[in-house]
Design a protein around this ligand. Sequence first.
Ligand code: MGD
Ligand code: MGD
Ligand code: SF4
Ligand code: MO
Length: 727
Amino acid sequence: MNATTTATPGAPVDTPVDTHCPYCSLQCGMRLRPTGDTAGLPVEIVERPRFPVNKGALCGKGHNAAAVLAAGVRLTTPLVRDEKGGPLREAGWDEALDRAAAAFTTAGVRYGRDAVGVFGGGGLTNEKAYLLGKFARVALRTSRIDYNGRFCMSSAAAAHKAAFGLDRGLPFPLADVARTGCVLLVGSNLADTMPPAVRYLREMQEGGGKLIVVDPRRTRTADLADLHLAAAPGTDLALALGLLHLVIAGGHVDEEFVASRTTGYGAAREAAMAHWPERVEALTGVPVAQLRRAVELFVGAGSGMVLTARGPEQQSKGVDTVGAWINLCLATGRAGRPLSGYGCLTGQGNGQGGREHGQKADQLPGYRSITDPEARQHVAAVWGVDAEDLPGPGVSAYELLDTLGTEDGVRALFLMGSNPVVSAPRARHVTERLCALDALVVCDVVLSETAALADVVLPSAQWAEETGTMTNLEGRVILRQAAIRPPGQVRTDLHIMHELAARLGREKGFPYDPEEVFAELREASAGGQADYSGISYERIRAEDGVFWPCPATGEDHAARPAMSAPDAPRPSIPHPGTPRLFLDAFATPDGRARFADVSHRPAAEEPDADYPLYLTTGRVLAQYQSGAQTRRTPALNGAAPGPFVELHPRLADRIGVRDGELVVVTSRRGRASAPAKVTSTIRPDTVFMPFHWAGEGRANTLTNPALDPTSRMPEFKVCAVRVEKTS
Ligand SMILES: Nc1nc2c(c(=O)[nH]1)N[C@H]1C(S)=C(S)[C@@H](COP(=O)(O)OP(=O)(O)OC[C@H]3O[C@@H](n4cnc5c(=O)[nH]c(N)nc54)[C@H](O)[C@@H]3O)O[C@H]1N2
Ligand SMILES: Nc1nc2c(c(=O)[nH]1)N[C@H]1C(S)=C(S)[C@@H](COP(=O)(O)OP(=O)(O)OC[C@H]3O[C@@H](n4cnc5c(=O)[nH]c(N)nc54)[C@H](O)[C@@H]3O)O[C@H]1N2
Ligand code: SF4
Ligand SMILES: [Mo]
């Protein structure tokens, strides 16, 4: 491949193209019809009824995704800044890329290789995530790479791995939810965050199944529930222990399952016994009668699932909390069996795949550990480098951001696919750190708040303009396909990495044809837990996606007793992929699931006299994440035009504020202000802010960066604040 070519692969086509929504982890199937309108919307989004996950349905974000493709709202040319504090100006690709590469080289020479950092995103395709990890380790030779997925489901990933030996969001297809007996949905507002998935909950209920929702707010999802437990923020661990206590006390433990398929029950039982119902009511605010009712519903059905999302996970004890919910599944035999199990509803479009192929500080492709000598050998061989030359593990996302521009920190940062000025915890501090860098290089599709601080901005192609694979919340590897060419001088992220690598002396090893990158990813992942070696673009097109692990035929497959592939084929037949995991055995060395030994502990910051309320944060239906894309989409921005502070009428009375009036929210990190939204659907001791906006109403000015000791997940879901009416 020629390092100076500017053509972007992914030829335009005039026939409709089957692809997927650019946003959340449901990765709804959609069909794009190119319009030929280069000034307005270049594609029309039409239904793709056959794709099994969403069966044609899209939420408003999916319906309106084409708006950000319009040339008027996006970056179409590289930008550079000549001096700190000066303006960004347009530049040619060569100038912008030369500057970026020179900044990385200078920082490395001056301060050492770890002074160059990389920050990625869970919205990037597998090919980009893979190449970004390789770019860091091989072209920059830095250990300092992490990504926004650390802020997303890292706690569930760690707990999953500890309990089952393998981490995949859902161990079963989403459609299985429709046929289970009971769903305990913990801290997920799926009706707003994955609307087409609601159909599966409805179908389950129509079939007699029960839905229990745990959320401090009575959300639209909680409104669907047979039982809503409005636990205080940060108390899910106590709640799960309390439910297990009642399961044990009521004689509902599946002793045979526990004996034959698990280890570690003794310690889990002991911890649960110390969480008797009245104690749990005091800790969580959930009445004992509701605790009893929840257990009745959960053990009353023949099968059941616990599904968690960011509510219980984005806590400084997120790993232990998820472990406690998994314990409940294990004790009741609701795991490793058809229509039962624990699952994490991953968040970003490629939240799952993004963490499997090497963007995470401690991982190499195929979900391999960067500290495992065998894994290093395997990946180094694929990359054509010496294993000794691969850096070791780096630091987690917040830790990386927290030390930018400091003596031991990163001095030059390459950022692709995240907008931390809005989405990182303690965002004012993070913004200061970004400004303290010698050089910030950002690849984005729009001039996000973070891109606006950069020294070099590189305009990236978007979903409809490029091809690549994504892995949805079910572990289904799907194919995003180019329908149109990008406008202006826009290039794909793969092409940008190719050009930068060449300037860093790596002419070879950074192809930018996505299928070529995928071929290498397959090889690098072969034999790892997330084995993609049997997956091809062709197969994905033919089969509506392929579930990993999907080894190429042969020994790899035969040597995987821990995976339960239905009708496991003989080695010479292509592997069918693995829609359902753990049916025969868990992926631990002894095949048994492991109970977590966990006890309740308070949040890092509990309300006190100065900051008497809980703040929790999350999402609204019409905005996505940092809002970089959806705030630029007129239909969505009209539906959710700005930040707000949700508070209970009793609290509103106490501080003398009416609906719509401006309130100031103060935490130990700073102050934010936004109009009050007075509603009885929230606990009186808690206020809620969505985090989609920058400026005065930025929720992350307030949030606490206290990290989970294992996953390094920040505590986005709990901190202490004071709320006052503005004078
Ligand atoms: N519309 C929309 N959809 C999205 C996204 C988006 O930005 N907008 N983002 C995508 C991504 S990346 C993700 S990660 C997912 C997130 O999907 P969700 O996890 O469903 O979204 P959140 O709103 O962050 O949190 C869910 C719920 O947790 C509750 N909660 C707060 N604190 C606690 C607590 O301590 N315990 C419990 N049990 N619940 C608590 C909140 O009240 C909220 O209703 O959504 C994906 N889909
Ligand atoms: N208070 C609070 N904060 C939170 C959360 C919370 O619940 N509460 N949730 C956390 C979670 S779960 C997440 S996932 C994070 C997400 O927060 P961010 O990491 O900020 O996620 P996005 O807003 O999706 O940012 C993606 C950026 O990449 C750009 N982009 C999109 N596609 C591409 C592409 O293909 N290539 C390139 N180069 N750029 C692209 C977008 O324009 C956007 O600027 O926020 C976290 N922050
Ligand atoms: S639910 Fe998620 S994937 Fe589906 S259309 Fe909405 S944002 Fe897109
Ligand atoms: Mo997320």
